[in-house]
Design a protein. Structure first.
Length: 121
C-alpha cells in the first residue's frame, strides 16, 4: 500500500521550519569577512594595527580599521593608545571577545576535519 501525500497529517505538513534567531545573528556577524579571524588572531594576545595587518594577508588597511572599530563598538575588543614616542595603538580581546574563542576553536577543528584545504595559488 502506498501512502499519498494527502494522507500526511496536516500538523506535520503545515509546520514551518524556523532558524534560531541567535544563530542567525552570530553567523551574520561571523559571516562578515575578517571578524572571526580577527578575534582568533587576538586570542593569542594583544596586537598592534600593523601586526594584525601582517597576520591577515589580503586585508586592506581600511577594512582592517573598519572591522576593528566594529569589534570595539560591540565590546569584543578594546583599543589602548600607548604613549610615545612613537605613539602606538594595541588591540586585545575583552571578556566578551574571549568568550567566543572556544566556539571559534571548535569551528577550526571542524574545518580541519571536514573541509578540504584550498590549494595555494
Amino acid at each position: 500500500m502506498t501512502v499519498a501525500k494527502s494522507d500526511v497529517p496536516h500538523a506535520c505538513a503545515a509546520a514551518a521550519r524556523t532558524c534560531d534567531e541567535a544563530l542567525l545573528r552570530v553567523f551574520g556577524f561571523l559571516g562578515k569577512r575578517w571578524n572571526g579571524v580577527l578575534i582568533g588572531a587576538l586570542a593569542e594576545g594583544p596586537a598592534g594595527f600593523a601586526e594584525l595587518g601582517r597576520t591577515l594577508p589580503g586585508i586592506s588597511e581600511s577594512v582592517l580599521s573598519d572591522r576593528l572599530n566594529e569589534l570595539t563598538t560591540l565590546g569584543l575588543i578594546s583599543r589602548t593608545v600607548r604613549e610615545g614616542p612613537p605613539i602606538g595603538v594595541s588591540y586585545q580581546l575583552t571578556a566578551r571577545g574571549q568568550a567566543l574563542v572556544p566556539a571559534l576553536a571548535a569551528l577550526a577543528d571542524w574545518a580541519r576535519d571536514h573541509l578540504p584545504a584550498t590549494p595555494a595559488g
